[in-house]
Design a protein around this ligand. Sequence first.
Ligand code: C2E
Ligand code: MG
Ligand code: MG
Length: 453
Amino acid sequence: MRQFPQSHFVNDASQSESPALSGTVTMTGVGGVSTILPRPVAWQFLILAEIENFGVLRRHLGRPRADTMIVDVAARIGTVLSDARIVIAGRDMIEIAFESEARLALDVAIAALETALDQPFDIDGESHRIHVQFGAAAGATIGDRDEVHLIEEAERALADARSERVAVARDVNAGAASIDRAQLASDLTIAIDTEELFLQYQPKVHLRRQEITSVEALVRWKHATRGLVLPGDFIPIAEESRDIIALTLWTIRRSIRDQKTLVAHGHDLRIFINIAGVLLADARFVRTVCALVEASGARLGFEITETSVIRDPESAIANLKIFADIGIVIAIDDYGAGLSSLAYLKQLPARELKIDKLFVTQLTSSNRDPLIVRSTIDLAHALEMEVVAEGVETQAAMALLSVMGCDMIQGFLISRPINLDALIHFLADEKHLAIAADVRAPFNRLATVWKRG
Ligand code: C2E
Ligand code: MG
Ligand code: MG
């Protein structure tokens, strides 16, 4: 999902308690024709407006001016949709949220925005045109959880808008979403028993050693009628229904079995498994896992998030120590994405810290992220942990991470998550070695910048 780390508010006319979606749309100004009076709200809308030709304009205007152009664009949007909540979500991206009793309001708003933004902008005495792509989502008014659906639908719509080159609006049906969840929850219980789940593995490469030292197991669900369902869609459901216990035990058993196959092919790799926070305080789960690991002699690692420890720190830390004592390597996953507490970080028996991909995917295009990543690497090393960067997609990111002293990388650059057979082929081919060996060569310039900084 796209993240908007640098948001700030431009226009918050509604002052509502619900920050992301608020206000009753009143359309006036350029192209605005109708005014919809406050009445019981039935629809929530989110429009993502992206300046498509931002790169070209930046070349022409220079970076400082281009970076502030978004403020002018937001101001103009404010004149069209005066009661909407308008958020600058990046140098080329604006989020516009509003409500109305009529679904039609979204189409009217998009048309008005298109007309308004089609007029040139006066930038330092010169006239410039911007091309904006709109991706929008509409949902019948519902609770907090469905806000996420709205954002996701708007992001999908924007992706479609980019390729179709027209404004795209998608509907989120709130009623269907909750029925869907209930249905998925009951299907999942059966899926765990009927082998509809399967694992994919994603390798981690150790940069200095130039070798794959471990893989992460990621669960997938091949649903009988829906096709592939990704964990983001069913792990939260499993956590609510407590199916997470059976699911995780299945994952551990399957990883132990697959590890034996890997060893038989000459690959002695530790397998990391994601462990949901709710399980860290579950004594029976801990006992079962210890029995499984001790009986098999498997080399496992557990990826946990800090947030999961904060929930019930005493039992979580005690149980993590039990896992660590029987040889399970503890890694802190998604570091930086959620709540962080140095106090807990020091107490956890963790040997690895995984920097969230949020900071890694934009590493070479952002000013802020390299600073965060570099200080996280230093912090982890001071705590005697090795650092894994997840979400490494480019050679440039790998080069920069290497210069910063990052120990391991994981991401599409090396390999997407793949099934066991593909992993065995991948390891035999040793293609990753060529990628990782390239780590410094073409990026000496970047390296110099970072050594100086
Ligand atoms: P995670 O543990 O942080 O896993 C990393 C996610 O990032 C994976 O998504 C992976 O496919 C994706 N990814 C890997 N490399 C790249 C890259 O270079 N770029 C980008 N953009 N993404 C990359 P996936 O498989 O959809 O898993 C999402 C989350 O679901 C995982 O996040 C983990 O928290 C959870 N999960 C997966 N399997 C399990 C499981 O067996 N049990 C539990 N409790 N949670 C699981
Ligand atoms: Mg993980
Ligand atoms: Mg992660």
